[in-house]
Write a protein that binds this ligand. Structure first.
Ligand SMILES: Nc1ncnc2c1ncn2[C@@H]1O[C@H](COP(=O)(O)OP(=O)(O)OP(=O)(O)O)[C@@H](O)[C@H]1O
Ligand SMILES: [Mg+2]
Length: 254
């Protein structure tokens, strides 16, 4: 079980989607690099036994602003669990990189007290189908209330104007879940992860397009405190209405 502090000034950003390779670590590490550059020091909690985010932190050059790493997937005998998972006091952004498979209990635990939940989705039929199950679990198992506006999708590795991107957008639109950014398929992300950096730390003219796309995610994340207050019209959305449709096979696959 995870224990993360419920601090009023802490934006707990959970990056989640059981579909392997959809871009959780890529997104988590790029957000971490961005927040590190802006300060104060962010923390990345790596819940994935593959330890990809922790590996990224280990590769991070000492010349770059530090990112605090929490290897939540490790069970240490030397320290208490709460000590192992502690978040530095000055940290205001905690990014949780989640594993491919989560039990219902772990899903509830990972998302508890989250202020922002990002679901990276690649726009293929298989990925859209997996994402629909993930979103269903977030709403029905983790009891994330859409009216809280803390849940958003990032379309990842997309090419413009493709049928599958269009399908993903229509599907999410029908659920009232926003796609806050569309990240293109770009080798910049691959190189950044390999080098322990974020695209915001690469030569600016080479990453201009990718930075513009990432900025849209940052902008949405920065609104987390405002999103806490529900708007009266969003309170009209009936949570239970459309949710059961997720359970039906074939959603997002036609
Ligand atoms: N926008 C992108 N453009 C190009 N390559 C990308 C992009 N996003 C992710 N990738 C690449 O796709 C692969 C999978 O990405 P990543 O490791 O972030 O996925 P993941 O969801 O964390 O996977 P896992 O479930 O195994 O932890 C990596 O090689 C990564 O470099
Ligand atoms: Mg990963």
């Amino acid at each position: 079980m995870l224990i993360t502090p419920n601090r009023q000034d802490l934006n707990k950003i959970v990056v989640i989607n059981p579909k392997g390779g959809c871009g959780k670590t890529t997104l988590s590490t790029n957000l971490a690099a961005y927040f590190a550059k802006r300060g104060p020091i962010p923390a990345v909690m790596d819940c994935d036994p593959q330890g990809s985010s922790m590996g990224w932190i280990e590769r991070r050059p000492s010349s770059k602003p530090p990112v605090h790493g929490i290897a939540a997937y490790k069970r240490t005998m030397q320290a208490t669990r709460s000590w192992q998972l502690r978040v530095p006091q000055e940290t205001t952004s905690l990014i949780v990189d989640s594993p491919a498979a989560l039990s219902h209990d772990d899903l509830r635990e990972v998302t508890r007290d989250a202020s922002s939940i990002l679901v990276p989705v690649m726009p293929s039929s298989i990925d859209i189908h997996a994402a629909s199950r993930c979103i269903a679990d977030l709403l029905l198992v983790a009891k994330i209330d859409r009216r809280d506006r803390k849940l958003a999708v990032v379309a990842n590795r997309t090419r413009k104007n493709t049928k599958s991107l269009d399908k993903l957008m229509r599907f999410l639109d029908s659920l009232g879940i926003p796609i806050i950014a569309v990240l293109r398929d770009s080798q910049n992300f691959v190189h950044a992860v390999e080098d322990g950096i974020g695209i915001c730390e690469m030569t600016p003219y080479k990453v201009k397009k990718d930075i513009e796309q990432l900025d849209q995610i940052i902008q949405w994340l920065d609104g987390w405190k405002e999103r806490r207050y529900r708007t009266s019209d969003s309170a009209m959305i009936e949570q239970s209405d459309n949710v059961t449709m997720f359970r039906k096979p074939g959603i997002g696959s036609n």
